[in-house]
Design a protein around this ligand. Sequence first.
Ligand SMILES: NC(=O)c1ccc[n+]([C@@H]2O[C@H](COP(=O)([O-])OP(=O)(O)OC[C@H]3O[C@@H](n4cnc5c(N)ncnc54)[C@H](OP(=O)(O)O)[C@@H]3O)[C@@H](O)[C@H]2O)c1
Length: 318
Amino acid sequence: MAVKDRILVLGPTGAIGRHIVWASLKAGNPTFILVRDTPASVNKPRLVTAANPETREELIQSFQNSGVTLIQGDLNDHESLVKAIKQVDVVICSFGRLLIEDQVKIVAAIKEAGNVKRFFPSEFGLDVDRHDATEPVREVFEEKAKIRRVIEAEGIPYTYLCCHAFTGYFLRNLAQIDITVPPRDKVFIQGDGNVKGAYITEADVGVFTIQAANDPNALNKAVHIRLPNNYLSLNDIISLWEKKIGKTLEKIYVPEEQVFKQIKETSFPNNYLLALYHSQQIKGDAVYEIDPAKDLEAFEAYPDVKYTTVSEYLDQFV
Ligand SMILES: NC(=O)c1ccc[n+]([C@@H]2O[C@H](COP(=O)([O-])OP(=O)(O)OC[C@H]3O[C@@H](n4cnc5c(N)ncnc54)[C@H](OP(=O)(O)O)[C@@H]3O)[C@@H](O)[C@H]2O)c1
């Protein structure tokens, strides 16, 4: 059997990083994680996240029990980064939105280490080279695009993972603010509800990321995850939900000017969430043609992956 690449996950305790670690282990890749001593980010404001039952320490312990190699280090400790990177073939970064620009430090460490076959910068959203998002998310997308340009200028081999909307952020409440389960009486819909978005569970993001990491064809490409059963408009999803609960919801369509006003008048995290929904539901940032010279469509490249469909995901809330 061919020897699998060694994969280092930066940000393994984060909302998405943990799923990349589990998927890497499951695929049989020797898996390494960089963990810092003091979790200074514990109290930082966070977006809604799906319930993760374990503590950070329990998670790290279960990684180690499952065969993950733990390396102590910190993004801000260059030597520790270089030392970690020298031990692996592929580096996957899943740092949160506040650390996007700081990834230049990883690029510098990869350059110095000189051995990396592939770098996945922290993306895990829309294609940051194809969007029309508004603030406050626009700034983060622009930072991600800037990091792409740094990687390309430095000649570092890369894959950009464009997975669009995590179910934990967009679907568990049907893109509503301040609720954590799908509504049963009324639903607010940005725009006319007919624009297609792409949805994926966080666990499946991990699986597709590792598929791409093990796929030589994904080298220097963006991988786009728009799975046939999950590439749906909000109206499609609401009608799926209505069938499941046997009830018709009252629908309140919110025009774009009203959405802009709401974004302006609310604070983090709701303004951020509203802007994410706006990008997908009004601007249609998941709707585009790919360019085979620089893009891969995941469901075509990895047809054997059994993913969770939107319908299956919603079943847990019925
Ligand atoms: N498509 C979507 O729907 C969606 C939704 C959410 C996020 N995203 C994207 O997914 C990516 C990951 O976001 P996330 O929310 O999963 O991130 P997160 O939960 O904030 O995770 C951050 C990770 O970085 C680690 N970290 C922070 N500072 C560090 C340092 N100085 N040195 C080493 N490690 C450090 C944290 O470790 P500690 O345990 O030590 O704090 C944690 O493991 C981002 O690009 C974000 O924009 C997409």
